[in-house]
Design a protein around this ligand. Structure first.
Ligand code: TUI
Length: 312
């Protein structure tokens, strides 16, 4: 038995990425109905919104789903309280250390799966009693660390006893197979689910991902300590200009404020923040979430069966 399927209570060992504005209850429910773990991303939202989304997902599916908590959110304490009250089965966390919330979450029966971008944090979090970790490489969209998936996953696997979920650069069966060969017991997929039919993100943003090639993303924000991978556009060119000129933080933050919502909800692909992984070049069409999941695992099985002898 695969430990991640057991932990999540799902048919397949796959978690949907916790993408702010993108991952709302209809996408989460569709992924869960398709046999994965769908996620509602709390992102920068308030606790009341999160509660409404949890109830919305429950109305659409009786399968398990989770909430992703972005730890830089100022409302994080209230959001954790809602998660506990609503008895959400699983949470993932990003952009910080969820350590102080773990005792209360465990008491409520909520499984905790933080995203880690290096081995040191993975080891610290294993000691605090988390159930698994997501080792996320810098191929991912959004806020990232400094290690590639290829180098990070096997090193985290070797350092921990709890199961590891691989993330960053996985969008087809070959990526799934590779993740398992590196020792992961599950995968997290973000970018490919942005273009799921059930995803409510703007058509214009979906088309940018579908049209993107391998070199169409860029990392901005290294200067401010919040590196974020996005598709290149007018906004990223302006941000890069500010970074080159060593502009003050306030000018920079003003430019980014609201830019994620602009892209995802309003479809402003010039001035919006088009978060996407490097694997966007492989993401070519809109499909139901359940079909995406089936293709990922059918493809992984085929890939593994087709690997021949690698020496004589
Ligand atoms: O969190 C993500 N991806 C995200 S969060 C987000 S919202 C945002 N937008 C702009 C700036 C900042 C956030 C968009 N995409 N992925 C998981 C992830 N977590 N990647 C890296 C980390 C991380 C980084 C630092 C986890 C922990 C950490 O430090 C904790 C510590 O105590 O050292």
């Amino acid at each position: 038995m695969n430990r991640i399927k057991e932990l999540l209570g799902t048919r397949y060992p796959i978690i949907q990425g916790g993408m702010a504005w993108v991952a709302e209850h209809r996408l989460a429910a569709a992924v869960s109905e398709g046999g994965g773990l769908g996620l509602i991303a709390a992102g920068g939202a308030d606790a009341a919104w999160v509660r409404g989304q949890i109830r919305g997902a429950r109305a659409l599916t009786d399968k398990p789903f989770g909430v992703n908590v972005m730890l830089l959110n100022p409302a994080v304490d209230e959001i954790m309280q809602v998660i506990i009250e609503e008895r959400v089965p699983v949470i993932t966390t990003g952009a910080g250390n969820p350590g102080k919330y773990i005792p209360a979450l465990k008491e409520a029966g909520t499984k905790v799966i933080p995203v880690v971008a290096n081995v040191a944090l993975a080891i610290r979090l294993e000691r605090t009693g988390v159930d698994a970790v997501i080792a996320e490489g810098l191929e991912s969209g959004g806020h990232i660390g400094e290690m590639t998936t290829m180098a990070l996953v096997p090193q985290v696997v070797d350092a921990l006893k709890i199961p590891v979920i691989a993330a960053g650069g996985i969008a087809d069966g070959r990526g799934v197979a590779a993740a398992f060969l590196l020792g992961a017991e599950g995968i997290q997929v973000g970018t490919r689910f942005v273009v799921a039919a059930e995803c409510q993100a703007s058509q214009a943003y979906k088309e940018k991902i579908i049209g993107a090639g391998d070199s169409d993303t860029v990392v901005t924000g290294r200067a401010t300590g919040h590196p974020v991978r996005v598709i290149k556009n007018k906004l990223t060119r302006e941000v890069q200009m500010l970074e080159k000129n060593g502009s003050d933080l306030e000018t920079y933050e003003n430019l980014l404020a609201g830019s994620l919502r602009n892209a995802v909800v309003d479809g402003d692909v010039d001035r919006g923040s088009l978060m996407s992984g490097q694997i966007a070049g492989l993401v070519n069409r809109i499909q139901p979430a359940a079909e995406i999941i089936r293709e990922l695992f059918d493809g992984a099985r085929e890939t593994l069966a087709s690997v021949g002898e690698i020496d004589d």
